[in-house]
Design a protein around this ligand. Structure first.
Ligand code: C2E
Ligand code: CA
Ligand code: CA
Ligand code: CA
Length: 278
């Protein structure tokens, strides 16, 4: 009751300053988007540098809005979080992503599926059970799924987040720290987290070929990741020189516009087929 009351006051305050009405409309539209399945996923491939094979994809949500066109997550993720819709959004995203992974597997291509999760998912003690149920529904193994979480997200309710992540890890689900290097986690904290991958933020990756400092950060992160038994993923590689430099340093996986932008599933499939026959 206390929580509901506080939300009521916020709505009232926002409505008074003129933003409220707008936001309430946006929330109603996002709710409708979830009900009517207006959210779609685009997929960006991850290349394994040691084999030259596509190891998996990251699912990135978009909103196919009936009048405003295709909306990118930066315009509605915060809204979903603050409106209490993130649990539904994430469940829907995982559901779609696993259905897609299953259908690609049925066509002969086994791909690891990475999905982004938000703070509210990691403080939800039921989240691991929801994930397990979705994996079962789609006949996918836990290790074929990687959940990407940001460092800042892990700082909010550490103990609970670590507990929830621990249960996901125990079930065999992969966990990646996204945007690694932009947060403030201590090395001790990092070493204690139940994670399987570090995803180095693209600010370091895109700067590495032009900056010795950025390259040192990549090199030392790589050493750290491997010393902790973690996979290192570099995101935001925009040219061949960066991909080559990452390969030389021994980075495991790379993702970025140079390889491919995030694509709708049919286009990603064509891209994979083209690559295989090239
Ligand atoms: P992220 O998880 O760090 O995802 C990477 C973002 O960088 C994506 O933007 C991707 O399109 C973009 N990107 C990929 N390669 C390159 C590159 O080479 N250069 C540059 N400049 N950018 C690149 P997008 O799709 O707009 O997503 C933005 C953020 O929204 C994501 O950042 C993630 O934090 C969030 N997000 C996306 N999908 C979901 C979702 O399903 N759930 C949640 N909770 N968050 C999501
Ligand atoms: Ca991500
Ligand atoms: Ca990222
Ligand atoms: Ca990001």
């Amino acid at each position: 009751a206390a929580k509901g009351g506080r939300q009521g006051v916020n709505v009232y305050d926002e409505a008074r300053d003129g933003h409220g009405r707008h936001r309430l409309e946006d929330v109603a539209q996002l709710r409708r988007a979830l009900d009517q399945h207006e959210l779609v996923l685009h997929y960006q491939p991850k290349l394994a540098l040691s084999t030259g094979q596509i190891d998996g994809v990251e699912a990135l949500v978009r909103w196919q809005h009936p009048t405003r066109g295709l909306l990118y997550p930066d315009s509605f993720i915060d809204l979903a979080e603050s409106a209490g819709l993130m649990s539904r959004l994430t469940t829907q995203v995982i559901d779609m992503a696993l259905a897609q992974a299953r259908s690609w597997a049925d066509e002969g291509r086994e791909l690891t599926m990475a999905v982004n999760v938000s703070p509210s998912n990691l403080v939800d003690e039921q989240f691991p059970d929801h994930v397990a149920a979705l994996l079962r529904d789609h006949g996918r193994s836990a290790r074929s799924l990687v959940l990407e979480v940001t460092e800042s997200l892990l700082m909010e309710d550490r103990e609970r987040a670590v507990r929830v992540l621990g249960r996901l890890r125990d079930a065999g689900v992969g966990v990646a720290i996204d945007d690694y290097g932009t947060g403030h986690s201590s090395l001790a904290y990092l070493a204690a987290l139940p994670v399987t991958e570090l995803k180095l933020d693209r600010t370091f990756v895109s700067a590495m070929t032009g900056s010795a400092r950025a390259e040192s950060i990549v090199t030392s992160t790589l050493q750290l990741a491997h010393a902790l038994g973690l996979v290192l993923v570099a995101e935001g590689a925009e040219d061949q020189a960066t991909v080559d430099a990452l390969a030389n340093l021994g980075c495991d996986l790379v993702q970025g516009y140079h390889l491919s932008r995030p694509l709708p599933p049919e286009q990603l499939w064509l891209w994979l087929e083209d690559r295989a026959t090239a």
